[in-house]
Each structure stands twice: as structure tokens, then as C-alpha cells.
Write a protein that binds this ligand. Sequence first.
Ligand SMILES: Nc1nc2c(ncn2[C@@H]2O[C@H](COP(=O)(O)O[C@H]3[C@@H](O)[C@H](n4cnc5c(=O)[nH]c(N)nc54)O[C@@H]3COP(=O)(O)O)[C@@H](O)[C@H]2O)c(=O)[nH]1
Length: 839
Amino acid sequence: MSLHTAPTILIVDDEAQNRRLLAVLLRPEGYLTYTAASGEEALAAIRDCPPDLILLDIMMPGIDGYQVASIVKANPATANIPIIMVTAHTERGARLAGLDAGAEEFLTKPVDRTELWLRVRNLLRLKSYGDLQDYSFILEQQVRARTADLQRFRTAMDATADAIMLVSRDSMRYVEVNATSCKMLGYTREEMLQQGPAALGGWTLDELKSVYDAIIAGQAHPELCEAALTRKDGTPLQVEVHRQAMRSAGDWIIVSVVRDISERKEAEQKLQHQAHHDPLTGLPNRTLFYQTLAHTLEHAGPRGWKVAVMFIDVDHFKNVNDTLGHAIGDELLAQFSQRLTACLRARDVVGRLGGDEFALILMVRDDHEVVGHIADKICGALRAPFHLQGYEVTVTASVGITVYPDDAADPDLLIKYADTAMYQAKHAGRDTFRFFTAQMNTDVLRRLELESALRKAIDNGEFVLHYQPKQHIASGQGAGVEALLRWERPGHGLVPPSAFIPTLEETGMIVRVGQWVIEQACRQIQAWLDGPVGPMRIAVNVAGRQFVEGDLEADVLRALGQYAVPPGLLELELTETSLMLNTERTIACLRNLRDRGVRIAIDDFGTGYSSLAYLRRFPIDKLKIDIAFIRELTNNPDDAAIVRAIISMAHSLNLLVVAEGVETAAQLSYLRRHDCDEAQGYFYSRPLPPEAITGFLQESRHAGRPADADAPERTLLIIDDDPFMRELLLTLFEHEGYRLLSAPSAEQAFDTLAHHDVHVILCDQQMPRMEGVAFFDRVKTMYPDTFRIVLSGKFELEPMMAAVNRGAIDRFYTKPWNDALLRECVREGFQRCRAVSAL
Ligand SMILES: Nc1nc2c(ncn2[C@@H]2O[C@H](COP(=O)(O)O[C@H]3[C@@H](O)[C@H](n4cnc5c(=O)[nH]c(N)nc54)O[C@@H]3COP(=O)(O)O)[C@@H](O)[C@H]2O)c(=O)[nH]1
């Protein structure tokens, strides 16, 4: 029953008159009535349109009143409809049967109007009260269900790890937040509900409104975005927000699901850091360095700034690693990077490109000079000793510099050019810096071209060996040959090793080529063994990288075995520097080979470390004096002294001595007189191809010792640039029984002295290129036992007395001389010589 409309009453009676009567009686009370003429009709009417009350006749054909009442009361949907039985029966039994069937009241026919109104009104009141109760009950149930729903919703909201925040679009404030929201942001729920999302940062109010409106309008898909919110305590919070719009009465509610992504962000940042930083030094790695450089150039370009890029390489870092181990090597790099960073300004960038290579980016508005000062400062700072796990290690660095935009405009080229300049710094002796120049670029291109040609040369077999003989100085017999590499480069002719060995060494190709040289030398020894030349020792040059990167021992043993070569016929020549490269491994390799009989020689001795005491650690047979000391051996007292010292010290250690680069008989004589064992040089022969050297060796097999002009007879050397004077002096002494030698200059006199055992020297003072006293100053050091007389055209007492006082000359005479006095002086000279020598 509606609470506001007139109650409806169904009148059920098979008598139309009764139905009409009842309807008429009820009309004044304002009830709406409708009727049914049978039980069936009544049930259909009740189903289609349930009335508020039923006036029901009992006795009807078909379904009677009792049955109708039972059916209505049995159906919960109609059980509440009050039923008044209208009957002519007055007996009690009929009434009880009516009550049993569910009727609430009885009226007896003929119906009294007042009684009808009263019963109807009371029952309707009772029903409306019951309906109300039902309605309240339903409402209550609905509220309870909604509350349970809400409770479930809240529990679910609170249970989720994400923050859920409901924002009213109208007020732009929170209308609901879950527990996670409060926990996440540090506010209480009440505090949250007093503010809106704009207060938490991340967005302005206007931004938020337009974002929300776009979602509401369906222009934006449920949006997922990242933002940084601010917690109540002011700390930032990285979140991911997912928003959706929901209609709510006249308003829109924006449901934001907010997820704390701080950990993910931290992990991402960590990964990002790891991907861009070197774990050992913490510096930007190659990738980040290149990115930073690219960014710096973009920034510098429009502002007209210059950017200097420095490429820094630790000199001989490999030695530290090899000798002290990788842990100390790592420690060195870490300390090195700290020192590097300390040299720079905060805005400069330093990165580790790999291994011992570092690079810097410097913003400069100044000229090259300032950059040079910085590079100098860096080299200086790195020079101080490093303290590494109890070791004190000193290293240096080589620095290459390029400047943007002067040299190049892109990061790759700038770094490449800086690398090139760094190599130039290394070639200049290390521990220094070099600016890139265009010439270096040309050199790089040429080097690359050379590298690729060398690779082809190896594959195409373009290398050949030439051989240079060595001689035993004392016996004049052959002492073996040195194998020297040559490259028959197509279109270039025969290329000398100085043009390609450095590149082979730098690139490591020397390992393969060196292997080939050893194999080829053994094959040649075998060929000579089988022919008329007979046993002939070949010395091969071995580069340091062959010890470090190759397996020299295995290469040598394999080649010896392959050609059945007696190991004593193979000699390895290595420089002092290559000995120092990987000492322990090198010593072990050399010792094993020497135990088998292979000879070991130190090449270019005197130019490197040159400590004989140090060399005692190595299994060595021979020292080869560097050509640099031989060149001026006969006229440079310093070189002569060094050569004599090397010979004497080497002999004291039972080492043989070879002099390389011997070009003149004078050099050879000098070496012979100072007991050098072997000589090699153009004096005997240039390096020759295999056929030519074979012929040379065959011929020289039978050659004896070259005539030694040095008989122990009294020898007088006369030096004057004027041929007339020379002749005059020779005539003066021709009958004195001396062996007479003469020279037109100091230079030639040095050769003569080297060749011959001279006792007395008579020298003109006024000679064009070297004065007599200057000449004697040198002779005094090289041939201290000689008796030295100066003949001068001028009377120069002071310089002559000074020369006498420092022992450069023994006597001086002025031209024209007194023959008798001069003869006497020379005689005295021979006597003095006899006293100090076996003459
Ligand atoms: N690792 C390898 N290095 C090698 C090999 N073959 C040669 N080399 C090295 O190349 C450098 C230059 O060699 P080359 O141009 O052959 O010069 C040699 C001689 O020709 C030269 N020489 C000899 N006698 C004289 C002389 O009287 N005067 C003069 N001006 N030069 C002369 O000296 C070079 C021999 O030097 P060395 O080996 O030090 O005895 C050179 O350093 C070679 O070592 C190779 O296969 N592997």
C-alpha cells in the first residue's frame, strides 16, 4: 500500500448485487474498489494488482472463500493483505474455518455499514503499520547490506598495499582515502580529508583540474603517470598514479590508485649508475663519458666555448700488474683516479675509458696555454709515489689533448685525436703531454694503412730474412750471422725493418712474425749444415711481446726440432727493455732455452738499464755494444771509455762482447786492442740476402786474420795539415829507426791511432777543424801512454802551459823548430814510453 494514495479493496462475491452493494457502502470512505466474481477471478486480480484489503464471500462455486484465503495467506507476497470474510453463516464452525484459512475478520450478511467501515479501517491501519514495519525492515536490511558493503570495501581498500584516494572533482578535495594513503604520506585520515591532491605537490591545482576533466570527458584513458609527492615530514616520495573517473550523483569522483615506487626508482637508479659507472673507480665509464661529452659540446657550441678533451694513459701500467699483481694494479688505478679528480675543478668531468685509460672534459674559454698548464699539473701530481699495500710505486702518465671546435666537432673524433696525441706523448718519452695536430692525423692514417698492409704481408708471405756476418776479432774467423727481417712490399721494393718493426710490435703482430723468423732461421741453419758452409750460428732478434704474449720457448723448441738444429747454433738477441717486461716469465723461458744450449745475447747494450749487476740475474752469454758508442769510438773519448768499461765489466762476468755497427778498420783495431770479442758491421758486409750470404760465408771460411800492423816497434805519428811541413818532419826522422806515420788532420789521426800502436805524437797546433791542443786533450784520455808534442806557428805561452799542466801535452815547440832539439825531444818521448810499456 502506498502511503499517500487511497487504499484499494477487492470485493469478491459471486453475487453481482452483493459486489455492487459493498462497493457503494465503501465509496463514501474514499476507498478504491474493484471486484471479482469468483475465487479464480479473485486470485488472478490479486496476482496482477494486489489490493490493500479483500472482502471475501465464503460460498462461491469453484474455488470458495476458504481456499482463496488459504492461497493468499500462503504466498509471502500477499500474506500481508488483510481478508474480511463476508458470510451469511453465523455458526461458530464456519467462522473458525475462516480464521484457519487466514481471514482476519468476519462480517455477517446483510452487512452493517458502520461495522463494515470500522472493520475495514482498523484492518487497513493494522496493515499499514505492518507494511511500515516491513518497509523499515527492508530499509534496515538495505542499510545493513550497504554498510556491510562499505565495510567490505573499506577493509579491502585498507588491506591493499596501494594508496587509494577518492577526490571530488567539484571540491578538488579528498572524500575518501584508505589506510595505506595515510601511512604512505604520514597524515591521519582526518588530515587527508581536509586537503586535496594539489597540496601534496606533484601538480598545480589547474593542472590537476584539466587532467581530471580529460579523464571525465573520456579524452584520456585511465591514466598511469609518475609523480613526486611530498610527505607530511617534507620528504619526497616517488609514486605511480592510476586514475579513473566515477559518476557520483551530480559530482564526479576521481579514484586515484597511488603506488609507492621509491624502491623501484632506487633500483632503477642503481642499475642506471652501474650501467654508466666504472665499479673500480666510481668514475663515469666510456658510455657515460661519451654521452657527457656529446652533451657538453651541444652546450658549448652555441655559446662559442671551447672544450678540451684529454686522454690519459698510465705509463708502463702493465709492468705494475705483471710484477705486483692485479690487486695492487687495481688499487693503483683507484688512487690514480682520485688524484686525477683532485687536480680538476668541480665542473670538469673525468671518466675511465677502460684499463689504464682515463679521459677528461674541460670547459675552457682560454687558449691552449692554460690547457697545457692543467695537463702539466696533472702529470706532476701523478708523479708522486703511490702507497699500495706496503709497496711504494711511482708511475707517470702520458696525456694527449684535443680542443673543440679547433680540432674536431664530434665526440668520437675528439677522443680519437686525443688518443693519437697521447701516443705522440708516449713516443716523446712519456710523462708528458701533447696537443693533437693535423700531422698526427696523417700519421694515424698512414699507420692504419701500414697495419693493414702488414696483415696482408703475413698472409701473403712477403717477409724475407737477410743475414749480416759477425767476425771473431782476434782470429778473423766468422762468428755467425744475424738474421735481419726485410719486407718485400709489392710496389715499394725492399722495406727496412725500421719502417715496420715498430708497428708490428705495437699491434702484437710481431709475435706471429717473430715465430716465422725463428722457424726460417732454423731452416737456414739446417740448409747450411747440409752444404759447404757447415755449422753457422744465426742470431735472431726477439721482441718483448714474444715473451709476454707468445710462447717463445715452445716456438724455439719446435723450430729446432723441426729442422734438427743443434741448439748452440741458434742465438736469441733481446734488448734490456724487453728483459724488464715480464721478468719472472722471461727469466724462466731464457733459462730453459739456455739449458738446452741456445745462446742468449743482450742487444743494444748501453742504451737501456745497463746495469751489469742487474743483468747477472739473467742467463746471458753475450753483450752487444750499441752502435751509438761505436760510431765515434776512435775520436770521442767518452764513447771510447764506455766501450772499454763495457768490455772489461762483461769479461769480468764471463760474458762475450760483440760490437755492432763497425764500419772502419780504425774502429776494428781499437776494439781489437781492447779485447772486444766479436764485431759486426758494414766493415765486413752489409746484411745480404740468403744466396749472397751463403757465397760470402763460403769465401770467408778460408780467409785468415787480417794483417795486424801493430808490431811493437817505436812509432812516431806526425800530424800537420800542411803537406810541406809533413814532408819536412818525415825527412827529419827518416833515419832514426822509427816507424813513421803521418796524418793531414786530427780526424784521420784518430783512425791511425786506432789502427796502430803509436808511442810519440807530433802535432801541429794550427789545424783547420781541430787544434793540436784540443786533439791532444782527447788523445790523453784515449791513449794516455803516448808522448805528445805540439808544434805551433805562434808563441802562445799561456795556453800551452795550461795544456802541459792538465797533462794534455808533454812538450811544445814553436815553428821554425830546432832540428836537434826536436829529435832529442822525440827520443826522450820513446824512452818515457819504454818505461811505462813493454817497448
Ligand atoms: N724483433 C725483431 N727486430 C728486428 C728483426 N730484424 C731486424 N730487427 C730490428 O730492426 C732494427 C733495424 O734493423 P736493420 O735495419 O736491419 O739494421 C740492422 C743492420 O742493418 C744495422 N747495421 C749493421 N751494421 C751496421 C753498420 O755498420 N752501420 C750501420 N749504420 N748500421 C748497421 O744495424 C741493425 C742491426 O741492429 P741490431 O739488431 O741491434 O744488431 C734493428 O734494431 C733490428 O734489431 C727481427 O726479425 N725481429
